[in-house]
Design a protein around this ligand. Structure first.
Ligand code: DAH
Length: 359
């Protein structure tokens, strides 16, 4: 009997040693639980021993029961302590993960600014025309009456001057009302043949509302060579609109009056918003007036010291501000001139036209 009890005691001791080792290796609660059920579970090593107390002769049951029940309590403490340790280390890991700083990871990219919508379309137009051999000229914003009007075939007292409400300056000069004065400046400076693009700010004495500003952007284009015709003009305008809108654009020409071109046209494009079916933007017409243009008037060539019998040319004046509004669906011109963050062109919008294709 004493021998049997001793054997049982040794068995329990070695089970305890083995269990401590297994428990030390368990790093998760699940792993710990499986060790626990192997040992103290109903069919576990110690568990099944406990079940068999009743099989001992009544005289031994007391001692065996005491031995096994003490063992059971020690094992329970081993598992409880191990569970506490695992929980504590999981919590510590979590806290470490949350606070850890890895200096080898790439940094957080600062948000970049973006181009102003007008700059965006201006660069796009410049890009198209530079590929076609056009040079970029700017010209002064404070302009003389001569270049802004006179040399463009708009003499003093000509009613066409009234079409452009002008900021006159005390020094007798003015703020240019359009980019067209760069035409004659460029002719005089470079001579024929000539391909010039002149983007820039223009000013008019306007009451500001959703579609009028006292400061806006235009880009002037001028091409002078032998045998330049209206066909060249239309081809260039279609190319320009195709590049800006990312698709073929239908256009129509209507007669338009500008003293510095003859014939002069209003070039309309199929409304990009409604695909030509009629909407508020195109005033239900399906067309948008976008590009005034024409064949350079012989008088203007003469002012530019170019012989109209030898050379012809076309010119156009594109409203960059309007173009940006159309391209990006901006309904109020004031947003563009007031540093309003709503005017920021997001990178996604820069990559593709927002307007769906007609064809
Ligand atoms: N300068 C004109 C304006 O601002 C626009 C214009 C019309 C420019 C016809 C041109 C042109 O070059 O040919 O109203």
């Amino acid at each position: 009997m004493a021998v049997e009890l001793e054997t049982l005691e040794t068995e329990i001791e070695s089970l305890e040693a083995e269990t401590l080792r297994a428990v030390a290796e368990a790093t998760t609660l699940d792993a710990l639980r499986s060790v626990e059920s192997r040992v103290t579970g109903r069919n576990g090593t110690l568990g099944s021993r406990l079940q068999s107390i009743k099989d001992y002769p009544p005289a031994q049951r007391g001692q065996v029961g005491q031995l096994l029940n003490h063992a059971k309590m020690r094992f329970a403490k081993i598992f409880a302590d191990a569970a506490d340790r695992i929980r504590a280390s999981e919590a510590a890991n979590e806290a470490h993960r949350a606070s850890s700083f890895d200096p080898t990871l790439p940094g957080v990219r600062p948000a970049l600014g973006s181009l102003h919508p007008v700059t965006h379309v201006q660069w796009q137009v410049e890009d198209v025309f530079q590929r076609l051999g056009f040079i970029i000229e700017t010209g002064p914003e404070m302009e003389t009456e001569y270049y802004n009007f006179e040399a463009l075939n708009i003499p003093a007292l000509h009613p066409a001057r009234d079409m452009q409400d002008t900021f006159w300056l005390n020094n007798g000069m003015l703020l240019r009302t359009h980019t067209s004065p760069v035409q004659v400046r460029a002719m005089q400076r470079h001579g024929p043949p000539l391909r010039v693009l002149a983007p820039g700010r223009c000013f008019r004495y306007e009451t500001v509302d959703a579609s009028h500003e006292n400061t806006f952007h235009q880009v002037e284009g001028l091409m002078i060579d032998r045998h330049i015709s209206i066909a060249n003009l239309i081809a260039m305008m279609k190319l320009l609109l195709r590049e800006v809108f990312g698709r073929d654009v239908r256009v129509r020409l209507r007669p338009g009056y500008f003293p510095f071109v003859e014939p002069g046209f209003e070039l309309d494009m199929n409304c990009a918003i409604c695909d030509g079916t009629g909407c508020a933007t195109c005033k239900q017409s399906g067309w948008l007036e976008i590009l005034p243009c024409g064949m350079v008037h012989p008088n203007v060539l003469r002012y530019g010291k170019i012989d109209p019998n030898e050379y012809t040319g076309f010119a156009f004046g594109l409203g960059l501000t309007r173009l940006a509004m159309m391209k990006f669906g901006i309904g109020d011109i004031r947003v563009l001139n007031r540093g309003d963050v709503r005017a920021i062109v997001s990178p996604e919008r820069l990559t593709g036209p927002t307007i769906k294709s007609v064809d």
